[in-house]
Design a protein around this ligand. Structure first.
Ligand code: NDP
Ligand code: ZN
Length: 350
């Protein structure tokens, strides 16, 4: 599939610009998808600016992809042209290790192949993501999007949705639990909607006074301004779980104090060292746990989409013309988006 139009960054400081490349010809298990919508995740920005190190340039980001199947390889039976499908953060894994066997491909022992910036395990080329016209992905890493979900506002479910759904399910969050969500951005606002749908009492921790009314609209029962020491102190020993979506190094200690004994602080946003250091006493004296969680496996991603369809849950999105992607990144840095930019891929073709 030659000459796929896309947007790419060529260095950490280049900004995003038009780019084109060739998608591979279909392998027997491949699905070709024409992309309609792609969400803009903070991970795209971390990768473009090489915040985590090791970014491969040019990088075509995008891992919240929804589109229609245009062709399938000879062995594909689950999908056919015209189907509405999604692709998230992974496009491959070893498929044979114990993690893959359990449908936890994100924890593949050999490391999963990410949708962009990874080396394809078969031909060694660098993978390119969803800020592009089309994508070719093995059917195991494609999910079916329920037709009753609005596809533009469902696109961010492929990352923001599954990343918050998976730990909530893993830790069996439900009725009777008090859950705090740290940071009200793309992941955070989905964390609120999903934890509420699972029956929990939900509190948003935000730095932004301006988001208080919004948080309530999202379904949050309470809001705590995390920069207000008195409000943080009043929340001591009260939460069963904290879902931490903050994208930068931050002090976990004031949040740990908000957990009950046996409470769990789940990191999803922080992939860099914790600074300042954890006060071990806060863990030891209350048997508190700090945990982490990475996206979700393929069966769970399908389960999450079906759960969202059943509960009528989608993301709050701001549609984006791809030509304005650099401006969108600047706004994302300032947490100035309600709550996810989604690229309308038609704008790539204009
Ligand atoms: P957003 O930028 O949309 O949201 C992050 C929110 O965190 C902001 O809205 C803001 O909320 C809060 N925040 C931002 N900066 C600070 C700061 N300096 N101090 C305190 N709070 C801050 O990002 P996403 O939701 O897209 O992603 C969040 C993180 O999760 C990113 O690091 C991303 O890479 C990571 N991620 C992890 C995944 C995983 O599998 N574990 C998968 C996907 C993403 P407020 O204004 O309310 O304070
Ligand atoms: Zn993401």
């Amino acid at each position: 599939m030659a000459n796929t139009r896309a947007y790419a960054a060529t260095s950490p400081t280049s900004g995003m610009a038009p780019y084109s490349f060739d998608r591979r010809a279909l392998r027997p298990d491949d699905v070709a998808i024409e992309i309609d919508y792609c969400g803009v995740c903070h991970s795209d920005l971390h990768t473009v600016e090489n915040d985590w190190g090791g970014s491969q340039y040019p990088v075509v980001p995008g891992h919240e992809i929804i589109g229609r199947v245009t062709a399938v390889g000879q062995d594909v039976t689950r999908y056919q042209p015209g189907d509405l499908v999604g692709v998230g953060c992974m496009v491959d894994s070893c498929r044979t290790c114990s993690a893959c066997d359990s449908g936890l491909e994100q924890y593949c022992i050999e490391g999963s192949t990410m949708t962009y910036g990874s080396l394809d395990r078969h031909d060694g080329t660098v993978t390119h993501g969803g800020y592009s016209e089309n994508i070719v992905v093995s059917d195991r890493f494609v999910v079916r999007v329920p037709e009753n979900l609005d596809p533009a506002s469902a696109a961010p479910l492929l990352c923001a949705g599954i990343t918050t759904y998976s730990p909530l399910k893993h830790f069996k969050v439900g009725k009777g639990h008090k859950v705090g969500v740290l940071g009200m951005g793309g992941l955070g606002h989905m964390g609120v909607k999903l934890a509420k749908a699972m029956g929990a009492e939900v509190t948003i921790f935000t730095r932004s006074e301006s988001k208080v009314a919004e948080a309530k609209k999202q379904g949050a029962d309470h809001v705590i301004i995390s920069t207000d020491k008195a409000q943080m102190k009043a929340a001591a020993d009260s939460f069963d779980f904290l879902l931490d979506t903050i994208p930068v190094a931050h002090d976990l200690n004031p949040y740990l104090k908000c957990l009950k004994y046996d409470g769990t602080h789940i990191l999803v946003g922080l992939l860099t060292p914790v600074e300042p250091a954890l006060q071990a006493g806060l863990l030891v004296t209350k048997r508190r746990v700090v945990a982490g969680s990475l996206i979700g496996g393929m069966p769970e991603t399908q389960e999450m989409l079906d759960f969202c369809a059943e509960h009528n849950i989608t993301c709050d999105v701001e549609m984006l013309d791809i030509r304005n992607i650099n401006e969108a990144y600047e706004r994302l840095k300032k947490s100035d988006v309600k709550y996810r930019f989604v690229i309308d891929m038609d704008t790539l073709k204009q």
